[in-house]
Design a protein around this ligand. Sequence first.
Ligand code: PEP
Ligand code: MG
Length: 971
Amino acid sequence: MAKQCKYVYSFGGGRSEGTAAMKALLGGKGANLAEMCSLGLPVPPGFTITTEVCDLYYKLGRKYPVGLDRQIDDAIKKVEKVTGKTFGKGSNPLLVSVRSGAAVSMPGMMDTVLNLGLNDQTLQAMIALTGNERFVWDSYRRFMQMFGDVVLGIEHHDFEHALANVKAKRGVKLDTELCVDGLKEVVEAYKGVYRQNSKTFPQDPRQQLQASINAVFGSWNNDRAIKYRQINDIRGLLGTAVNVQTMVFGNMGNDSATGVAFTRDPSTGSNRYFYGEYLINAQGEDVVAGIRTPQEITRLGSLEWAKNNGIAEDVRVSKYPSLEETLPKCFRELDKIRKILEHYYKDMQDLEFTIEQGKLYMLQTRNGKRTAAAAVQIAVDLVKEKLITEKEAVCRIEPKALDQLLHPVFDVTSEKSAKQITKGLPASPGAATGQVYFSAAEAEKQAAAGKKVVLVRLETSPEDIGGMNVSEGILTGRGGMTSHAAVVARGMGRCCVAGCEGMVIDYAAGQFTAGGCTVREGDWISINGSTGAVYAGKVDTVAPQLSGPFGTIMKLSDKYRKLGIRTNADTPRDTAVAVKFGAEGIGLCRTEHMFFDGDRIISMRKMILAEDAAGRKEALTELLPLQKSDFTAMFKELQGRPAIIRFLDPPLHEFVPHDVAGQQEMADAMGISLEKVKEKVASLHEFNPMLGLRGCRLGITFPEITEMQARAVIEAAYEVPGSKPEIMIPLVGNVKELENQKKLILAVYEEIKTQMKRPLKDLKIGTMIEVPRGAITADEIAQQAEFFSFGTNDLTQMGCGFSRDDAASFLKQYVEMGIYEYDPFVTLDRDGVGKLVKTAVILGRSTRPNIKLGICGEHGGDPKSIEFCHMVGLNYVSCSPYRVPIARLAAAQAAIRYEHGCAIMCNCESHAKAAKKAAAKKPAKKIAKKPTAKKAVAKKAVAKKTVAGKKTARKAAPKKVVKKTVKKNKK
Ligand code: PEP
Ligand code: MG
C-alpha cells in the first residue's frame, strides 16, 4: 500500500516535526511555532494541519483526504501526552485554540476559535481544577459566542444583544463586572440565541474541533480574505494551514496577561525600547478589539505614552503600569526571547504572548508588518548591527512601499495655524486631508467618484478593508497601536490616527463631535498619522525628507543595480523633482504636453487649421521660441544629463475642442466662423485614432512640424553647454519612416551647425519601439537608430490588440479569470509583449551592438516589469519622477536576485562569465548551429515557472547575445 501523505505536524515539549523553512506547507504561524518550540522557547503544545489539506479540501469539493482524521487523533494524543491533559474529558481537560495561518500573513482576515473543548462537563472539571469559577464561566461564554459567530454563522450582534441585556439587568457596565451568576445567565442566554437561530451547540469536543477546522479552511475563501489577497497581490498559495494549540489563559487573574509586541517600533523602526501592548487578566482578542486601553510593555514606553496623552504619573502607575512594573520576571524573560528571536530570524518580529498565572508562553512570532519608514530604518540598522548584508537590506524593502516616503507631510506653518480638534494615537505615519465618510462602503463610493476620503470609524474590522484601501487616511475612536485599523493601515501605507477617545461618533446623524466642533459627513478634516493630531478643514502639505536611512538605501540600490534610471518629464519642475529623486536623465519628454498651456494651444490650433505648409509654418514660428525656452530650462535642470525628446505623437483631434462652447471660443480666438471650426474638427475624426494619423506619420505628412521641433531642440542644446539631446521619433514600424524623419532633422542640424561653427557632439537620433512591426524589424531599424526606447503602452495596445482607452471594461475580469496574470498595461506581459521586447533587443544589438536600450512606457516604474527589463538586458528604465526611487530599488533587487544567472539574458558579469565558461567547456551544438539572432529568438530561452513563482531560464542565452549584454549597462 502506498505510504500515506503527512497532513499533520506536531510540536511541543521542545520537539517539533516542522521547521521555519516549511512556511509554504505549515503557514507562517505553524512553521514559526515549530521553530520556536525547537529553539526551546515556551510554546504551548499543538499541531498544524497543512496548507495542502486546504488545497485538497477545495479540490475534493469541501471534503478531506482519507487518513486525515486518524492523523488528527494521533496528534491530539501527542498533545495529551506532553501536557498530561485529556481532550474533552477527565479531571484535567485539554482546551485548544484553532487558528488560521497562511504562508503570507493576512492579519484578521481568517477565522479563529478559542477555548475549544469546553462543554457542560469539562466546565465543571475546569472549575474544580482552577478553583476559579468566574474565569471558567467567562471562558465558556466566550467560546459559545465565538463558535456561534465564527463556525455557525450566527450574527455577532445577537450575542452582543444577549450580553448587553444581562449587563443591563444586573446594572453593570463592563463584562469584567459580571459575577459568576451573571456569567451563568449569559451562557443560558447564549443557548437561547443558538435555539433562536435553529443551531445546536455541540457538546462533543471532537465535533467542535472538526467544525472549527472546517470554518478555518472555509475562511480562506471568505470575501475579505479574497479582497486582502487581491489588494496585496498575494498569489500562488495552497491555502491556509490550521493550527490547533493548547489553550493558555491570560484571563486567570491579576498574575495573568496577554499581549502583542514588536521587537522594534513598527511605525518608525526605532530600536529605543521594546514596543508592545498588553492587558492584565485578558484574552488575546481584548487587546486588538480596542475595548480596554492596552498598556505599554516597558516602563520607558509607558512614560512616553503617559506624556503624550497628558496622564499624570500617579494615574499611570495605578491605572496603566507597564508589564516591566507589574510582572517584572515575565517581562525579563520576554525581553530575552525578543533578542533570541530577532537574532534568529534576523528581522523585526511581531510577537504574541500570554502569561498564565505568572508563566510566560509564546503564541506567535512572525516578521512584523511595518511602515516604509520603519522598513528602511530597520534594514539600515540591521546592516549596521551586522545581522544582515547590504544586499539583504536592499531586498528587504518592498519597492512600492517607498511611495509612502515620497509623498508630502503637513507644512509646519499650515499645521500650526490649523484648528486641532482632538488627538489620537499616531498609528501609521504621513499626512492626510480628505472628506469625512463613516462607512467603508460610502468611502469606496465617494472615492470612486473622485473624492479624497478620510474614513472615520469607531473601530475598523476586516470587512472595512475595501474602504480603508481607497481612503487617504483612517481615523478611529477606539483601539491601540495594534488595533485592526493601525495594523492594516500600516501595512497599506495609509496614514492612520487610532484610538481617538476625544471623538464622539454618531453614525445615525452622520457626524462626529470633538473639541467642541461638529464634523458632518462630507466635511474636510486633516489627520497627522505621525503625531495623532486631528484638524478641522484642510492643511497644506510639503515634500518629504529624502536623506537619512532612505538616502542610505538609495545609495545601496545604486551600488548594486545595473539598470540606469531616467524619468518621464515634460516640464522643468518635474525634471527638477526627478533629479532630486536620483534620475540620471530624461527617458521621455512628451513634447505635445508643451502645446497645451496658455496661448500655445492657440498657435497649435492655428497650425492645425492652416490650409497649407506655409500657413502651418507661420503658426509653428510662434511655437518655436516657446518650445525652445522649455528645452533650455530643462537642459539647465539636467546639468549635463541626457534627455530623450520625443517629437509630436498624438492624433491632432486631441488639440481641438469637441464641445460647441469650446469650438465657439476657438472660432472667436482664430477670427473664423464656428462652422469652419466644426468642419475642421469633423475632418480630423478618425475611427481608430490610435492607429491613425499620429506619431511619425504626423512628421512625415507635415515635415515642418519635425523641422520646428528639431530646431527648438538643437538651438536650445547649443545655448546650454553640456546638453545631451536625444531626439526620438515615435511610432516607427518601418525603417523608412525613421530615415525620412532623420533626414529632416539632420538637415536642420547641418544648418545650425554651420551657423554655430561647431558640432553638437552629444546629439543622438533614435526611435521608440512601440509598434509590433518595429520590434520584429528592429535589426533594420537599428541601422538608423542610435537608441531604442520601448513604448510599452502602445506596444501592449498593439501587441495584445487592447485599446488603451477602452480595455478597462474587461481587463479586470480578464485578470480575475487568470487570462492575464496582471493588467498588461500595469505589469508588462512577459510572455507576449515581453517577447516582442526581447526580440527587438536581440535584433537591435545584432546590427548595432552598442545601441542604447530603454523603456519609457508606464511599465518603467513597475517593479515586476523593471525586473524583466534587467533580465532582457536593457540599459535603463524611465518612469515618472515620483517612481524614480522605486525604480532604483527595484533595479537593485533584480540585479541581486539574478546575480548568478537565471535571467532570460542576464546582464551581470558573473552570470556572463559562467555562461562563457560553460560554452568554452562544451561548445553547445545547438548554440553553434544558431547563425542568426533571429533564430535564437525563435528558440526562446524562455522562463519556466518554478515552485517559488520565480522564473528561471530553461537554457543559457546564446553565447553571442550574452557577450553583448554582459557589460555594465548603466549609463
Ligand atoms: C508608450 O507608448 O509606451 C509611450 C511611452 O508613449 P505614449 O504613452 O505617449 O503613447
Ligand atoms: Mg506611445
